[in-house]
Write a protein that binds this ligand. Structure first.
Ligand code: AVI
Length: 328
């Protein structure tokens, strides 16, 4: 597969990822303009997301961590520990929360292999080396790639009994019906004895949600803008980061946080590696991310439509977040 080029100079971009190029051009030539949030997670973006997870305003990670910590034995009990299973994690990231479950499973002498999947090869390397030192007894095999490539690989390489983890409200980052379509894809990979644990961010005071995506320290803004930095580096673009700003808002009717990069003036950006120019009107927005928030009824409904039965909701006392265990 073609490698991305880490060269900083625009002129130096000789090899670029054709899939990134195609998606970016498609997104920036349509109206309204959009870029996929899956491209946030280059090396720098993954580091910024780790910083977001530590922010006082960003409640999801902390809340889910507490749910897993306090209910780990009960959750692990639902996995069915008598026979071997693959513990597949989609969007594993730094695995900080998952390590709670991994330790618990090892403690319970479960016979399993951990299969972390992430779009960022950098973060997977970090995860693997931390697992080697912290949990040397753990069997692991990781896969770097987006969810759809991963499911394809899993179907052919990890066929035994499995428990799929999809934590952190990653399910909220799809467009429109993407959450349902993705659960349907997961469903195709499952057999009757398998389970899925999905983390959903729940609806709550809209101000609490809005603040989580617009923190005072500006880390989320840097995370969003890093996408343009990535395009400068990898596609030879010349985005001036001072001329775009992070904007985000939560619509409590739709239950979606939408994030944008807004062009502060009329300007043209050149992609030297692609021989392409993109014009922006003053205050034109690029949509960069959706973060859906769910009601318990929506979660049930979503599961039902995907052919999954919810077995158990694990939630916190404020009902900010839910890890939902589904079976086929
Ligand atoms: C990865 N994902 C679940 C995060 C979210 O909350 O939607 C990404 C994020 N974007 C801005 N802050 C965090």
């Amino acid at each position: 597969a073609p490698q991305t080029n880490a060269n900083v100079e625009n002129e130096g971009v000789k090899n670029y990822d054709p899939e990134l190029a195609r998606d970016v051009l498609a997104g920036l030539t349509q109206t309204p303009k959009s870029l996929s949030s899956k491209y946030f997670y280059d090396g720098a973006g993954s580091k910024l997301f780790q910083q977001i997870m530590e922010l006082p305003e960003y409640y999801p990670t902390r809340t889910e961590f507490k749910i897993l910590e306090e209910q780990q034995a009960e959750i692990a009990g639902f996995f069915g520990l008598t026979d071997f299973f693959h513990l597949v994690e989609l969007g594993a990231g730094d695995g900080l929360k998952t390590k709670i479950l991994l330790r618990q499973l090892l403690h319970m002498k479960a016979d399993f292999e951990y299969v972390p999947v992430d779009i960022s090869g950098d973060i997977l390397k970090q995860l693997e080396s931390s697992l080697q030192t912290e949990l040397p007894a753990l069997r692991t095999e990781s896969f770097a790639g987006d969810y759809f490539k991963a499911l394809h690989w899993l179907q052919h390489n990890k066929e035994g009994r499995k428990v799929v983890l999809f934590l952190g409200s990653n399910i909220g980052n799809f467009e429109d019906n993407g959450d349902l379509e993705f659960l349907q894809e997961i469903r195709k990979y499952l057999k009757p004895e398998d389970k899925v644990l999905v983390g959903f961010d729940l609806r709550k005071d809209p101000r609490t949600i809005r603040q989580a995506y617009d923190d005072a320290a500006g880390v989320t803004a840097a995370f969003n803008l890093n996408l343009l930095k990535r395009l400068n580096r990898e596609l030879g673009a010349d985005f001036n980061l001072k001329q775009f700003e992070h904007f985000t808002d939560y619509d409590p009717l739709e239950g979606v946080v939408k994030s944008y990069l807004v062009s502060k003036k009329q300007q043209t950006v050149t992609f030297s590696a692609l021989n392409h120019r993109v014009s922006f009107a003053a205050w034109e927005a690029i949509h960069t991310e959706n973060s859906h928030k769910y009601t318990p009824a929506q979660i049930e409904e979503l599961g039902k439509k995907a052919g999954l039965k919810s077995e158990q909701f694990f939630t916190d006392e404020k009902h900010y977040f839910a890890d939902v265990l589904f079976r086929v």
